[in-house]
Design a protein around this ligand. Structure first.
Ligand SMILES: Cc1cc2nc3c(=O)[nH]c(=O)nc-3n(C[C@H](O)[C@H](O)[C@H](O)COP(=O)(O)OP(=O)(O)OC[C@H]3O[C@@H](n4cnc5c(N)ncnc54)[C@H](O)[C@@H]3O)c2cc1C
Length: 597
């Protein structure tokens, strides 16, 4: 097996059984959404992913993007693929119709974006960042900014970037130094250097629209003095026509572990008199606006992890079916078998499959909440879905990306020595996945967000509702003879999570160092339990289908596998919950022991 193959059966199952797509179709703007339409979109995007993007994944990795005198050349085939990508309308899929987009719901867009990342994650980063730029301008930009930039960003003729990081300002954006000085014409002149800017320069589009964080001369210190600016690579007049080249240049690109085809740029602003920028919204509110972009991007990076995990699993499964090694344990036969017959290889494959499916189901639940939060007729329902989406964004980002790295590593293990050589492609998935827990806020930053803004700030109200839903699910599962055992393990895991959350909320107020020491294990615990809830919910839906209808052979096999996969997850993953809760509630003193370093 060589190319990526979209996991259509699982994606369609989630849309059909798990998500209330009819409720989403009742939201304003989504009237055309239907299961038939969604299935057809998934089939078409699956074809595009396998036929156009996947064949460029390995060649893009080997060739990489190249810097030449300030220009960046993407690998062979990327330009043509991007031209087809935007011509087929994929860039505009989840964008507002007001600006030429198709206004598809996030539930569908998240599944499609998972495919792009599964097929070719280095390519997919470019449209991912463009979408974040669209979100920020649509949400906070003036009518002029919106009219000037949104139609071309939505169509994909222009692409977007996110310029936050500077050498001294990574996780700590308060340290940003790039300056923005007001000019007489109402615009600003920006000066400074940004590093690690994804697709900061490239040859896929005529213009690149940079969203840049900078400080005005009399801005207050810290995060309260950061403003957001639009700085186009080529300036755009009121008539929408492109004019002079702006004073923003890519001075080099990084040589890095993975995502070789995605250029990671050092950007110089204002080396020749100042880069012309336009303020987004009001001065000093830049970080607040950027958070709109960052939350969408954080969720999208979680989805990136799921896409890579799925691809790593597909490759490992194909290899395990072909590679012949050793005799099957427990049989008298002496003939050599495919390694998929070895119990330990099956265990590793199931770890890959079950966690990938758990992550996908969780991400789709979050995406549905984002849709319902923006358009539900009832304000209290909007608030409920918004609280859930905000709560689960750091979990989706942190847990799905950390787990993707482990899954990609298991993929190498299944390949044995061949996994360690580049030829099989398994190593690329680990190299590509490794960045995902780092950018858009490291896992440590996601975990701080979770315990601080998401748990402590509202006194645990939002998370208490989620825990209650989990308990209700556990009671329902206990009614099923098939899932009763799983329900017991799940219930224990939910209570372990509840005790860890209680500890975090209390200590966040009294002893923040103790709460912080367990924040990442707590995020992981939350991910494991929330993913488990989704998988068990899916298993119960699969059982209902098997009992109520007479499905065909393929459907029966899918439902039976769904139940078996959930049961595996319960024993091999969910069972870790108590250990993780112990780390959170008892591990701080050892982690903070000053005598060690
Ligand atoms: C390939 C690539 C692409 C990127 N793309 C972009 C982009 O398009 N735009 C952009 O603006 N940036 C981009 N970045 C930058 C990226 O977002 C940062 O690297 C990331 O935010 C971490 O910052 P840092 O590298 O300075 O690490 P640091 O902030 O120095 O962190 C180092 C370590 O300390 C920990 N740490 C730091 N502060 C805390 C804290 N308060 N609590 C707990 N732990 C903490 C971190 O978790 C980490 O483990 C990219 C980076 C890479 C490598």
């Amino acid at each position: 097996m060589t190319e990526y193959c979209a996991p259509l059966a699982d994606m369609q199952f989630l849309l059909r059984e798990r998500i209330d797509l009819e409720a989403i179709a009742r939201l304003p703007g989504y009237e055309d959404v239907s299961l038939d339409l969604a299935q057809s979109v998934l089939e078409q995007s699956g074809r595009f992913a396998s036929e156009v993007l996947s064949p460029l994944n390995r060649t893009g990795d080997v060739e990489g993007s190249r810097w030449q005198q300030g220009q960046v050349l993407t690998p062979n085939g990327f330009r043509q693929a991007y031209t087809r990508f935007i011509a087929d309308g994929w860039n505009a899929m989840a964008c507002p119709s007001q600006w030429g987009g198709q206004n598809q719901p996030r539930v569908l867009a998240a599944l499609v974006e998972e495919m792009w990342h599964g097929a070719n994650t280095a390519f997919a980063l470019c449209p991912m960042l463009t979408r974040s730029a669209i979100d920020a301008i649509a949400h906070s930009g003036s009518p002029r900014l919106q009219h000037t930039y949104l139609p071309k960003l939505v169509s994909g003729e222009w692409t977007g970037t996110m310029n936050l990081t500077e050498p001294q300002a990574g996780s700590d954006l308060a340290a940003i130094r790039t300056r923005a000085v007001p000019a007489a014409d109402g615009s600003y002149r920006l000066e400074g250097q940004k590093i690690f800017i994804t697709y900061g320069e490239h040859d896929l589009s005529d213009n690149i629209i940079h969203l840049v964080l900078a400080r005005t001369p009399d801005a207050p210190e810290g995060v309260k003095g950061i403003s957001l600016f639009v700085v186009p690579k080529v300036r755009v007049g009121d008539d929408g026509l492109v004019g002079a080249r702006n004073d923003v240049h890519c001075v080099s690109i990084e040589h890095k572990l993975g995502i070789h085809a995605s250029p990671t740029c050092v950007m110089a602003f204002g080396h020749n008199g100042g880069a012309v920028g336009e303020l987004v919204g009001e001065e000093n509110r830049g970080l607040e606006y950027m958070f709109v972009m960052m939350n969408a991007a954080r969720f999208a990076v979680g989805v990136q992890g799921i896409g890579i995990a799925e691809r790593a699993y597909q490759r490992a499964l194909a290899f395990a079916r072909e590679r012949i090694q050793g005799a099957e344990p427990g049989t008298r036969r002496r003939e050599r078998v495919a390694i998929i017959r070895h119990p330990d290889v099956r265990r590793m494959l199931l770890l890959m499959k079950s966690q990938t499916e758990a992550m996908r189901a969780l991400s789709i639940a979050v995406a549905a909440a984002v849709d319902l939060a923006s358009g539900h007729a009832d304000a209290s329902e909007r608030a409920r879905h918004q609280a859930f989406a905000e709560l689960m964004t750091p979990v989706t980002k942190g847990w799905c990306t950390e787990t993707a790295v482990k899954i990609a590593s298991l993929g190498i293990q299944i390949h044995g020595g061949m996994g360690f050589v580049e030829e099989t492609g398994a190593a690329q998935h680990l190299r590509d996945a490794r960045i995902t827990p780092i950018y858009e806020g490291t896992t440590g930053i996601q975990a701080n967000d979770l315990i601080g803004r998401k748990f402590a700030r509202d006194g645990g109200h939002a998370v208490a509702l989620v825990l209650e839903q989990m308990r209700t699910l556990a009671r329902a599962l206990a009614e099923s003879s098939e899932l009763r055992g799983a329900a017991t393990v799940f219930s224990t895991a939910v209570e372990a999570l509840a005790s860890a959350i209680r500890y975090a909320i209390i200590h966040y107020a009294n002893d923040i160092r103790a709460a912080s020491a367990g924040a990442v294990p707590l995020l992981r615990l939350f991910g494991i339990v929330a993913g488990g809830a989704e998988l068990l919910h899916s298993a119960s839906l699969a059982r209902k289908r098997l009992d109520a209808t007479n499905p065909g052979a393929a459907e029966t096999a899918f439902y039976v596998a769904k139940i078996a996969t959930a049961r595996f997850y319960v024993d091999h993953v969910l069972s870790q919950a108590q250990g993780l809760a112990h780390v959170v509630t008892a591990g701080a003193a050892a982690a903070l022991d000053e005598g060690v370093f």
